[in-house]
Ligand binder design. Structure first.
Ligand SMILES: NC(=O)c1ccc[n+]([C@@H]2O[C@H](COP(=O)([O-])OP(=O)(O)OC[C@H]3O[C@@H](n4cnc5c(N)ncnc54)[C@H](O)[C@@H]3O)[C@@H](O)[C@H]2O)c1
Length: 361
């Protein structure tokens, strides 16, 4: 496909997130929104009223039968992703699907194989991987001044919508897992998780997840039941620590030159403990709307075959982690050793080629 080609899009799902994707697609000169698909007629008619040039339909098949449609963007609920994405790929369309990709690793794996077989682009919207804050944090942790990254502690809680097809881990913690994989370029060796199913419908609304890496740890507290919205990540290094507060309107990242220093003591058996009270530094970051970059990456993935930050295979790794977390929750917090070979030969060789597995503990 030639550069500067304008691609026609069918967007599926116009609830909360669909309009944000729609706006970014329409603001991009690389895409044209050709058709909007939603199950709800009222939403479609309301949209058509102010956007008469866009076709509307409550039948996905109509959009898929249109040869001028090059790609399908899916922003419907997670339990619909697999069927819609599979149909779209079979119809020869490139696919951008919302997180958390699908409801299971098996479904996601089927889609990755299908996209590969058809030579089509399959990308998942893990929006934070296109956020200037995360990009900036990645630069900070790579600096010698940061030292060795020792731990990440993430809190992603709010009084959220109780989803009725996935639990809070699949809905919220999937963001953290995608961020951890992107920042650390390393995969965990085991996971332990507990969850509370407040409604008794089999879907946890609060969960605590603990991931163990070769020489570091990560923890996620995710909840739809918190009276306050908190989006904080503390990233601790041996020399510096970063506090990322996504709720702040500006200065979302602070790098602290603070820590404990231990010194050998000849007079005492125990080491002497001292505090390093250095400066706090606020790094700059790109404030471009992340969804704008998601849309642009999707275009470059299709037209220039450029790898995005969240290709199907990267998102498949997250799906596997989500399933391991669920397994631990179901076993009441049992530590699950993650056997990465189980992801299958193709994904395993992708993981190994990226050097994401270090030797075990
Ligand atoms: N990347 C992010 O940060 C982010 C943020 C919020 C939501 N999301 C994701 O976006 C997706 C949608 O979430 P939402 O909050 O907008 O949901 P929503 O319930 O507000 O909207 C979903 C829309 O899809 C429509 N729909 C349902 N089934 C359909 C089908 N089979 N065919 C066509 N349309 C159908 C519904 O009528 C509704 O209008 C989810 O996967 C969610 O996880 C991502």
């Amino acid at each position: 496909m030639e550069a500067n080609t304008c691609l026609n899009v069918a967007l599926v799902g116009y609830g909360y997130w669909g309009p944000k994707l729609t706006r970014n697609i329409r603001e991009s000169s690389n895409f044209k929104l050709k058709i909007l698909v939603d199950k709800k007629q009222s939403l479609l008619h309301e949209f058509k009223f102010s956007n008469p040039e866009v076709e509307i339909s409550n039948e996905l098949e109509l959009a898929l039968a249109d040869d001028s449609v090059n790609c399908v963007v899916i922003a419907s609920p997670p339990n619909t992703h697999f069927e819609i994405a599979q149909k779209a790929l079979l119809a020869g369309k490139h696919v951008l699907v919302e997180k958390p990709f699908t409801s299971s690793f098996k479904e996601a794996s089927t889609l990755v194989d299908l996209a590969k077989e058809k030579g089509l682009c399959l990308m998942v919207d893990y929006t934070f991987l296109y956020n200037g804050t995360i990009e900036s944090i990645k630069k900070q942790i790579k600096k010698e001044a940061f030292g060795e990254l020792l731990y990440i502690d993430s809190v992603r809680i709010n009084l959220g919508i109780f989803q009725n097809d996935v639990n809070v881990v699949f809905d919220l913690a999937c963001h953290d897992l995608s961020i951890f994989n992107y920042l650390l370029e390393e995969l965990p060796l085991s996971v332990q998780a507990v969850g509370i199913d407040g409604l008794g419908n089999g879907l946890e609304n609060i969960a605590y997840v603990y991931l163990k890496y070769k020489q570091r740890f990560a923890h996620i507290n995710c909840s739809w039941s918190s009276p306050v919205k908190i989006r904080k990540m503390l990233i601790g290094g041996s020399k510096r620590a970063i506090l990322y507060n996504d709720i702040e309107p500006t200065d979302k990242i602070k790098v602290y030159d603070k820590g404990v220093v231990f010194q050998e003591s000849k007079e005492r058996d125990a080491a002497l403990q001292d505090y390093r009270m250095g400066e706090v530094y606020i790094p700059k970051y790109d404030t471009t709307e992340p969804l704008q970059k998601v849309v642009s990456s999707f275009y470059h993935a299709i037209v220039k075959k450029q790898a995005s930050n969240s290709d199907g295979q990267d998102a498949l790794i997250v799906m596997f982690m989500l399933e391991m977390i669920q397994k631990s929750i179901n076993l009441k917090g049992k530590e699950i050793q993650i056997e990465w070979e189980q992801v299958g030969p193709s994904l395993y060789s992708y993981i190994m080629s990226k050097g994401m597995l270090k030797e075990p503990f």
